[in-house]
Write a protein that binds this ligand. Sequence first.
Ligand code: SAM
Length: 296
Amino acid sequence: MTSKTKVVTVRLTDEQYTFFNDWQKKLQAQTGIEVPMGAVIRRALEGFMHFASSQNRQESPDLREAQDRLQASKEYVTEYNQKMRSDKMTIDNAEYKKGFAEHYEEGRPVWDIGKPQAPFIEIADRIKGPILDVGCGSGSVAVFFAEKGNTVTGIDLVDKAIERARAKAAAKGLNVSFQVKDAFTLIESDWRFPSIIDSGLFHVFARDLERQRLYVEALAHVIEPGGTLYLLAAKDQPEGSIALSGYSHDELVDAFSEGWKFESIKEFMAEVTPEIAEKHPDVEWSTWFAVIKRRV
Ligand SMILES: C[S@@+](CC[C@H](N)C(=O)[O-])C[C@H]1O[C@@H](n2cnc3c(N)ncnc32)[C@H](O)[C@@H]1O
């Protein structure tokens, strides 16, 4: 066999197409890269050649070439995945860390109402641990769920937030694992959780599609198949509103379109700290609360 490539058109029956299509999806899920249909069919042929050759119990040049090609494609996929992984980790959140740290240095941040927002309280009994609270801030939500008997881990980018969260749990005699950790590093983690809470982190990336993608991938990595994400994120705001502008309904749904299923999504008015409420009595803090399941 020469190394020259021949392009041929093949006509598949519906049954063959379904077979190759399923296989293509499986390969894509395993490798995390787009696998063209032609490559799937080529692999099937190589497998067949291998099988035929082993049946004949003879080493054929065709088989050697097929094996070389398989080896080369395996190396390519490994390298590609390593590159993707290191690209993911180059995301630099130093500016975010600095910005959020300033909020905590100044005292009580504007979002810190000292308890979970109402939708979390409404469905609290449905949320089962172990729970990961991503961007847990000063820990009020994590502590609330730990008080209900759940095992809870809370992570935040800012040291001061985690210091406060630890103090809050200690004051109540609760054992909550609070760690300073960048949510994007979850893509490398061995952790797995049936329930994840995000109360106000995802909306930080509302204008940053790349961060949205990487963040959602990181969550997908640590959530168990069939697990549930409880997400609170600001809604997009009308022109001129001083409320934090987040996502339109469609933007939110699009961000979780691969491998997730929305169980519910509703709009509600978020509570703000008394100081902010007094300062801006007419502002509507419209917010999304979504329950999103990871497909099995
Ligand atoms: C709007 S606050 C919400 C805090 C908390 N969930 C609450 O409900 O009070 C967003 C939090 O996300 C944290 N944060 C921002 N970027 C992060 C990242 N890359 N990884 C982890 N936490 C992050 C911030 O430090 C901040 O505490």
